[in-house]
Design a protein around this ligand. Structure first.
Ligand code: GLN
Length: 485
């Protein structure tokens, strides 16, 4: 087995017991990136020099008998909307093409302190708006299970980097499914934590009441390891929860006795394809064999979640993205007046999807329409949360597919953006309700493409999700699927 094929957990252990050096591990991943990146297009900025320096420093520390941290020497990638000081942060947008971050995000600081080695920044949908990674202003990122297909989005290249073994783990952001959708399309475990448990300080804002940083890993044990490092209160994010930090690794316990998994077959009529339905039934069987109790539930508000999400997400985006005017932030275009500079900078700097959302959001927030759209969406969000909590009163975790179907062809849905929005039907509820959700690989379709299933629970009940997926991955080994590259 090559070093780059190993889980973060295995690597951290081998480095600690000195079976391998940090430098060897970093070099192995660099070589893998050099071999595969021209095909996959995942990296926007490579930080090989600083990675090698850090690895050498960690080796020195190890030799001196010092503690190098829980993730000492483990190589990872960051979605390009998460800041690391003095490294380019583009959000895959032309408007930030040359933006060098003057400060680090909280998650980067914590990972750095825990010894993790940043290998580079990876592509995404522009400003995290999208579900296929096709809205990047820069690259066409490929799915490592089928190079003619999308990797999912918006944290598409974060998923690709882990699935293709260019990094041991990656961070993404999840506003409406952007960690879970690419995890589903690339056979990974994608975890979106409870809103407020991971600091958003240094994450470029898309829709602040929904945004949450999450993990893309090979399995749930790696997610626990990373969450132990990045989660916890941070006073620089005003929505950060001040709670007693969890030990996520303590949740990885065998046995699901007494755990109720809520199964909702009504949700399958929302355009779910045949192979995904089969995988759903198989997943139920695996949970049953692990000792979980299956209870039938029905989430009635499901049909409203997509419109409510898009109204809120676009409204918040139109406000958050106002700062990119070529004056305060962003590449400045020519113009004879401040107005002209702003109009030209924004017209040239933003791509089609970002413009569409700014216009939708600005309309929904405008004085004549605020009550009819934005305010109404806020009220509906409350009802959705209440209804989802009623479902979660009957079970510990709610099971549904992550996406209605697996990865589609590159270009297949680019002209039909509404069909892409509708495919977010299973992921946006967790963001609207602020609850945790995890996507895990649970099969493959007849073309060999990964199929993701999702579990969600009440806020701060991550324990049940980690436990359930841990038991699932002990019983079924779909997380061990390997890409074609
Ligand atoms: N597909 C969703 C959207 O386009 C998800 C985005 C996200 O989670 N960042 O808004």
């Amino acid at each position: 087995m090559q070093l780059y094929e190993m889980s973060a957990y295995a690597l951290a252990g081998m480095i600690k017991n000195k079976s391998v050096s940090c430098l060897e591990v970093t070099q192995a991943f660099i070589k893998r990136i050099e071999e595969t990146n021209d095909t996959l297009n995942s990296f926007l900025t490579k930080t090989f020099d600083s990675a090698l320096k850090k690895a050498a420093l960690l080796d020195k520390k190890l030799a001196a008998g010092e503690d190098i941290g829980a993730l000492g020497g483990v190589v990872y990638a960051l979605k390009d909307n998460i800041c690391a000081k003095d490294v380019r942060t583009t959000c895959s947008s032309k408007i930030l093409e040359n933006y060098i971050s003057p400060y680090s995000s909280c998650v980067y600081e914590r990972l750095d302190k825990a010894g993790a080695v940043l290998i580079g920044k990876v592509d995404m949908d522009e400003f995290a708006m999208g579900a296929s990674n096709e809205n990047s202003a820069f690259n066409t990122v490929k799915n490592p299970y089928d190079l003619t297909r999308v990797p999912g989005g918006s944290s598409g290249a974060s998923a690709v980097s882990v699935a293709s073994m260019q990094a041991a783990f990656a961070l993404g952001s999840d506003t409406g499914g952007s960690v879970r959708t690419p995890a589903a399309f690339c056979a990974l475990t994608g975890f979106k934590p409870t809103y407020g448990t991971v600091s958003r300080y240094g994450l470029v804002a898309f829709a602040s009441s929904l945004d949450q940083i999450g993990t893309l890993t090979r399995d749930i044990s790696d997610a626990a390891l990373v969450m132990n490092v990045i989660a916890g209160h941070d006073k620089r994010d005003s929505t950060s929860l001040n709670y007693k930090p969890f030990d996520y690794t303590a949740f990885l316990q065998k046995d699901l006795k007494g755990i109720k998994i809520g199964v909702d077959r009504n949700c399958l009529s929302s355009g779910v394809d045949e192979d995904t339905i089969k995988a759903y039934e198989n997943t139920i069987d695996v949970f049953t064999s692990c000792g979980a109790e299956i209870v039938e539930v029905s989430f009635k508000m499901l049909e409203y979640v997509v419109p409510v999400y898009y109204l809120i997400a676009c409204s918040e985006a139109s406000s958050n993205l106002a700062r990119y005017d070529g004056i305060r932030y962003g590449v400045r275009a020519e113009g004879n007046s401040p107005e002209e500079i702003i109009v030209n900078s924004r017209s040239k700097g933003f791509g089609k999807e970002v413009k569409r959302r700014i216009m939708l959001g600005t309309y929904a927030l405008s004085s004549g329409y605020y009550d009819a759209y934005y305010n109404k969406a806020l009220k509906a969000r409350r009802l959705i949360k209440d209804d989802f909590y009623k479902v979660l009163d009957k079970c510990d975790a709610y099971l549904c597919p992550t996406t209605p179907s697996p990865a589609y062809k590159i270009g297949e849905k680019t002209e039909d953006f509404l069909s892409m929005y509708i495919a977010d039907i299973f992921t946006v509820t967790a963001n609207l309700a602020g609850v945790p959700a995890v996507s895990f690989n649970a099969g493959k379709n007849k073309d060999g493409l990964p199929i993701g299933m999702q579990l969600s629970s009440k806020a701060l009940n991550e324990e049940v999700l980690f436990k359930a997926v841990y038991n699932y991955q002990l019983a079924a080994d779909w997380h061990k699927m390997r890409p074609c590259i």
